[in-house]
Design a protein around this ligand. Structure first.
Ligand SMILES: *Cc1c(COP(=O)(O)O)cnc(C)c1O
Length: 449
């Protein structure tokens, strides 16, 4: 058996041996076209052989800088040693019994860790699932059950997944919803806080009042089971709400018996420089959904929240065949231990200190950069037409393409498709990160002028 210790470490250096994608990747693309559904697409179609630290190596021997982490998943890095060790041991011991049939310790241990690291020191319980969307669905189930109410309030630019309920909760039609309806009912969308696009000077409290008024008029506070919100919006454009917005919304929820659900699937687990992004706002959500960064790349998700809400559901009301699979739980314990031992929230702040000044400097010479925003290792630039706030999606696409050609994996996002987002693994070295940023700023300078 090959283990992480006797495998060669992957050199942490960008190295392009062929054009991208190279011949072996192109061969695989041909096979793929005859076997894989076209609806599943890839941003950067190099086929991966290995990945570690801050790099991804493809089947042609090209080594690329990873500023995407497989969409904020490999926060601890790919094949992080503690994750690999835990998975190897677990997969040799047993692979599955189903926690609903015969339980095992690692599921319990992950729930204990979730209680420890999520915001608030109240009594908590957790349930584990396979994906972010499944966690969000279950958080809504629990909130509805506990309150006996049906309505769910979500905000503009929200992204919560691709299952039927979570498509309804998600704001953007193309590509997530178009043609996939009908959607679930009793979902009400209200304005969020988007400082770059809100009226000049609008405070967080004012934006919250706008959302609250909209919810009260559309449905009525006493009908609402939950307000569901990403504390920093991910796919919607890395939108950081104005200070006070989340706190005011959460306060209104508490006063009206509404469950405040923070969807921390993308922003959680050290990504933003704290364990959870709500901690920046001193907000204690009633329920928190987690996934992505939780298990170093294995599929795992959780709903964690107030014991009285979580325990309100009858036995058998929550679960699933694979939820909290033992191999995924072993990976999560390895990932969480890595975050603690290596102070990865602190590392995310160091990464912010490298990324933000570099991008702000670029902004000074590039009028197309409307805003640099985000927290920790979750940073984005919003691109606009010179001298306006008009979104420039074509520019974002062109800059991303240039980065990809140079062997730097960057992603775009945003309701208008005009946001370039950076989500490096926290295991990336400073020099490699700086090199990736240099490629990005050069791509900006040559494309945006
Ligand atoms: C990615 C994401 C989801 C969906 O997670 P999946 O694992 O893809 O189902 C839900 N909410 C947020 C905020 C996300 O970023």
């Amino acid at each position: 058996m090959t283990t992480i210790t006797d495998r060669d470490a992957l050199p942490q250096q960008r190295n392009l041996r062929t054009e991208l994608p190279g011949p072996k990747s192109r061969e695989l693309a041909t096979r793929r076209a005859g076997a894989v559904a076209a609806g599943v697409s890839s941003v950067m179609p190099i086929y991966v052989a290995r990945a570690q630290g801050g790099v991804v190596e493809d089947v042609d021997g090209n080594v690329l800088i990873d500023l995407g982490s497989g969409i904020a998943v490999t926060t601890v890095g790919n094949s992080a040693p503690r994750v690999v060790a835990g998975v190897q041991q677990q997969v040799a011991d047993f692979t599955h019994t189903c926690f609903m049939v015969s339980p095992y310790e690692s599921y319990v241990a992950v729930c204990e860790k979730l209680a420890e690291v999520t915001p608030g020191d109240h009594e908590k319980r957790s349930a584990l699932f396979n994906s972010g969307a499944e966690a969000v669905e279950n958080a809504v189930k629990i909130a509805r059950y506990a309150t006996g109410r049906q309505a769910v309030v979500v905000v503009d630019h929200a992204y919560h997944g691709r299952t039927n309920l979570t498509m309804a909760l998600t704001a953007k039609a193309m590509p997530y919803k178009l043609g996939f309806g009908p959607f679930a009912s009793e979902i009400y969308r209200v304005p969020t806080s988007y400082p770059f696009r809100d009226p000049e000077g609008m405070t967080g409290e004012q934006a919250a009042q706008r959302a609250i008024t909209s919810a009260e008029k559309a449905v009525g506070a006493d009908q609402i089971a939950a307000v569901l919100i990403e504390p920093i919006q991910g796919e919607g454009g890395f939108i950081v709400p104005a200070p006070g917005f989340l706190a005011a919304l959460s306060k209104w929820c508490t006063e009206n018996g509404i469950v405040f659900i923070a969807d921390e699937v993308q922003s959680g687990f050290s990504r933003t420089g704290k364990w959870f992004a709500t901690q920046y706002e001193d907000v204690v959500p009633d329920l928190v959904t987690t996934a992505k960064g939780i298990a170093g790349g294995l599929p795992l998700a959780g709903v964690t929240g107030r014991a009285e809400l979580m325990d309100s559901v009858h036995p058998g009301g929550l679960g699933g065949t694979y939820g909290g699979n033992p191999v995924a739980c072993a990976a999560a314990l390895g990932a969480i231990e890595t975050m603690m031992a290596e102070d990865l929230p602190g590392r995310a702040l160091q990464i912010e200190q490298i990324i933000v000044p570099t991008l702000k400097e670029a902004q000074a010479d590039t009028p197309a950069i409307g805003e640099v925003r985000g927290r920790g290792a979750m940073i984005a630039i919003e691109l606009v037409k010179r001298g306006t706030k008009e979104p420039d999606a074509a520019l974002a696409g062109a800059v991303a393409k240039k980065c990809h050609e140079q062997g730097v994996i960057v992603l775009t996002c945003g309701t208008y498709g005009n946001v370039l987002r950076l989500l490096p693994p926290l295991s990336i070295g400073d020099d490699l990160l700086r090199e990736g940023l240099q490629v990005l700023t050069q791509a900006l300078a040559s494309t945006a002028g």
